[in-house]
Design a protein around this ligand. Structure first.
Ligand code: SF4
Length: 318
């Protein structure tokens, strides 16, 4: 078994709204990610998965809990020196390839930022690394003199991946890297990430809505609901045999091919509204939408229980 790269213990990120009100965006996450592993993080909008990714990488200071990287605790709030030090350890690929690239910078300047931050590279070395990574993500080295607006959405996301990879980080957090792209382009970007995982033994957190894409690239899947993990286990097990009622509803809501009409049935929203993350419900967070909810579910919060040594779910019925 590979060594543990990242561990979170009781990680919380709350956003203060004033007058004692707080958004419980991430609410007590315990995770262990091993070197070379890809963890898929899924859940509806507002489940807290992007906030979790940004808290792990230090873009949001955490409210409480611990983050350990290679067994070493990370600071609760990063200083500029911490950002510089961690840039070669953790990188992020952002959701929106349009807004995440500075329109006034050339592709070379964008991709080389992490190397410039680290220092110690000559101009030639930086240019060679940029050329290498442009070609590695399926672009041309001549593209380095161009600006982001000269590229399609899929190409911009490839630039975003090259920008993250050039620092040779130990962990890459991909925050919904395909959701802003056309369906025809999504598979190409996922294939690229799967290829990087295979060839570089990349450790990755892959945050996404589309469960079939997540299953394709992930070793394990964690399902998040209202800031907490409700199920975590091997990707195929969670996808084909989800145990938590929310995981079942999430997978049932996925677009599906209909063999009768030979058309794709679009995404079906899960019935019911997500409760407010400001006033979290007592008991199980999913009780208001769960078809199996009992009185106990509305009173008592279920613990993450073991189904098998590497598969856990939080439901009174498990
Ligand atoms: Fe549904 Fe109860 Fe399980 Fe929550 S604990 S998922 S409400 S059955």
């Amino acid at each position: 078994m590979n060594p543990v790269l990242l561990e979170t213990r009781g990680l919380r990120k709350y956003f203060d709204l004033g007058a004692g009100r707080r958004v419980h965006a991430v609410d007590g996450i315990d995770l262990v990610i091993r070197e070379g592993e890809v963890l898929g993080l899924v859940g509806e909008s507002g489940s807290g998965k992007s906030t979790l990714g940004k808290t792990i990488i230090g873009l949001h200071p955490r409210t409480s809990g611990d983050i350990l990287f290679h067994g070493q605790p990370l600071p609760a709030q990063y200083t500029p020196a911490d950002y510089r030090r961690m840039a070669s350890q953790m990188q992020m690929v952002f959701q929106d390839p349009y807004s995440s690239l500075n329109p006034r910078m050339t592709v070379e300047e964008i991709i080389s930022e992490a190397l410039a931050l680290r220092g110690g590279f000559s101009k030639e070395q930086i240019r060679d690394r940029v050329a290498f990574w442009l070609q590695r993500v399926g672009l041309k080295k001549d593209h380095m003199v161009r600006y982001p607006h000269e590229f399609s959405g899929g190409q911009r996301q490839r630039i975003g991946i090259a920008r993250a990879m050039i620092a040779e980080p130990r962990l890459v957090i991909c925050d919904e890297p395909i959701s802003a792209l056309d369906v025809s382009i999504q598979a190409q970007v996922v294939n690229l990430l799967a290829d990087l995982k295979q060839s570089l033994g990349l450790t990755m957190i892959f945050i996404a809505h589309d469960l079939s894409m997540v299953r394709f690239v992930s070793d394990r899947i964690a399902v998040m609901y209202l800031g907490a993990i409700c199920e975590i286990g091997p990707a195929d097990e969670v996808f084909f045999n989800p145990r938590h009622p929310y995981s079942q509803a999430l997978i049932a809501s996925n677009p599906k091919a209909d063999p009768d009409t030979e058309k794709v049935r679009p995404h079906q929203p899960i019935p019911g509204e997500i409760p407010s993350p400001v006033n979290l419900p007592k008991g199980c967070r999913f009780a208001a939408r769960c078809p199996l909810a009992s009185d106990r579910c509305r009173e008592e919060s279920p613990l993450l229980r073991e189904i098998s040594p590497d598969h856990h779910a939080a439901c009174h019925l498990i």
